[in-house]
Design a protein around this ligand. Structure first.
Ligand code: BES
Ligand code: MN
Ligand code: MN
Length: 457
């Protein structure tokens, strides 16, 4: 569409500068010290929705951070696309590993460096700009609702209730999300599934106080040692997870589907080199793409206890702790898996310690069918702007609200993500290529067009 091209190229610099301004707001949802910044970011998103041509936009308060909702409804007979994204970001630490300030975006070698550049401000803002392109050129083909939340990175705990309470307002025909990644710009791809998540915290307590490790060491169990032994026992020699019942509901993929998954371009040597590891690791009998796409996993996210300050202190700590998460696949239930984990972890604890297990947020896995009209519209949009048919992949990350879109609103989702796996999301020096940002703005209107054209057919 020439009108889209023209509008985008005439407003290119502004589109970029507006994103940079948004990235300057430190909307870290996990840390209450940023509460006002999160609120300020919500207001900014609302203002952008109105500027893009929404007829209505509002900041909806929740028990946590607000949800921003906007809409442009042109004709009830036309289909409605519900765009979802998040304006909150992960904490920026460790700060000393950033080469520039996490909230002082800079462009280097065509890449925007800032916390949230890719996850998800850069990607969700493409939708607001794409909406502007369509609205201002009078070419919007369908109704659009936009819901941008501020708690995705902390588990979307208030969004579920918002869906329950706003079923009518959120009525739509499809959910469209850009919050995932592609293989590369040369091999565009669409994620056709997300993993679920069960997140646990454990505390192992030994003696009732920290002890002198010379006076008591060797005679009293060290909770740090015990915790390490317990954690190590959670995988067997084939790197299978040892929690009884963990795999019971896991659906094995057919040989054909596995073949298709492994046909995606993937270079193991480059993968290792890029990550700085000599060898990869994982569940025996599965490839790296399968290990991150269709298999459940268990990871230690953090482990601490005892003395970690400067120099040496001889101490036998009273407590040791860890945060452990499990990525889940379709049919596994996060509550059930949390319970299996908790009872197993308590069971394997020796009498020398006591353990406390608590569950944090979780969410269910989803598969987005590749034969639906919506997926086909997304594939056609990619084909139009990339000149290549996209490859369906299975993403390893989680967006827990996607399962609730289906359960609460009866809506399927299309994951039209433009990130790259090496965008350093959740890490220092997060980046997003300016090229990807513009490519997203260029591609999204085609999804709207093709989805509308295919609607009801
Ligand atoms: N955008 C990511 C999820 C993602 C990343 C999906 C890359 C596919 C590819 C999202 O913001 C995220 O980080 N989700 C968390 C879970 C959430 C409950 C904190 C995750 O996957 O760890
Ligand atoms: Mn995200
Ligand atoms: Mn994230």
């Amino acid at each position: 569409m020439q009108a889209w091209k023209d509008y985008q190229s005439q407003n290119k610099d502004r589109f970029l500068n507006e994103l940079l301004d948004l990235l300057r707001i430190p909307s870290v949802s996990a840390d209450s010290k940023y509460k006002n910044d999160v609120a300020r970011c919500a207001e900014a998103v609302k203002t952008h929705m109105l500027k893009a041509g929404c007829d209505k936009a509002e900041v909806c308060p929740t028990a946590g951070h607000p949800i921003v909702y906007g809409e442009k409804l042109i004709d009830p007979k036309l289909p409605t696309i519900l765009v979802y994204g998040h304006y909150d970001v992960q904490p920026p630490d460790p700060l000393n590993l950033w080469t520039s300030g996490p909230f002082e975006p800079v462009i280097k070698d065509g890449k925007i460096y800032a916390r949230g550049a890719c996850d998800d401000k850069g990607q969700m803002f493409m939708h607001i700009k794409a909406l502007e392109v369509m609205a201002k050129t009078n070419t919007l083909p369908c109704n659009v609702k936009v819901m941008i939340e501020g708690e995705e990175e902390v588990g979307s705990s208030n969004l579920g209730l918002f869906l329950e309470n706003n079923k009518e307002k959120l009525k739509a025909d499809i959910v469209l999300i850009s919050d995932t990644s592609m293989i590369s710009m040369e091999s565009p791809s669409i994620e056709s599934g997300l993993r679920g998540l069960a997140y646990m915290e454990v505390e192992v307590t030994g003696p009732n106080r920290d002890l002198h490790s010379g006076v008591y060491g060797g005679a009293v169990a060290n909770p740090a040692t015990i915790l390490c032994q317990m954690i190590a026992s959670l995988h067997d020699e084939n790197n299978h997870i040892t929690i009884p019942g963990f795999y019971d509901k896991v659906e094995e993929m057919t040989a054909d589907d596995r073949k298709a998954l492994n046909a995606a371009p993937f270079n193991l040597d480059e993968y290792k080199k890029e990550l700085g590891v000599k060898e990869v690791w994982g569940e025996k009998g599965y490839t790296t793409l399968e290990r991150t796409g269709i298999r459940p996993t268990l990871e230690v996210n953090g482990i601490w206890g005892g003395y970690t300050g400067e120099g040496a202190k001889t101490v036998l700590p009273s407590k040791a702790n860890a945060k452990i998460s499990m990525r889940l696949v379709p049919n596994q239930n996060s509550t059930e898996i949390s319970e299996l984990f908790a009872s197993h972890f308590r069971k394997i604890a020796p009498d020398t310690v006591t353990v406390k297990v608590t569950a944090h947020h979780g969410g269910e896995a989803v598969v987005t069918p590749t034969n639906s009209p919506a997926y086909k519209a997304a594939a056609k949009a990619i084909l139009t702007t990339f000149g290549k048919e996209p490859i369906p992949t299975r993403g390893g990350g989680s967006i827990p609200i996607v399962a609730l879109f289906e359960k609460t609103l009866g809506l399927k989702t299309v994951l039209l993500g433009f990130g790259l796996d090496n965008d350093n999301i959740h890490s220092p020096n997060e980046k997003y290529d300016v090229f990807n940002y513009y490519k997203g703005i260029e591609t999204i209107p085609y999804f709207h067009k093709f989805f509308t054209e295919s609607f009801g057919k």
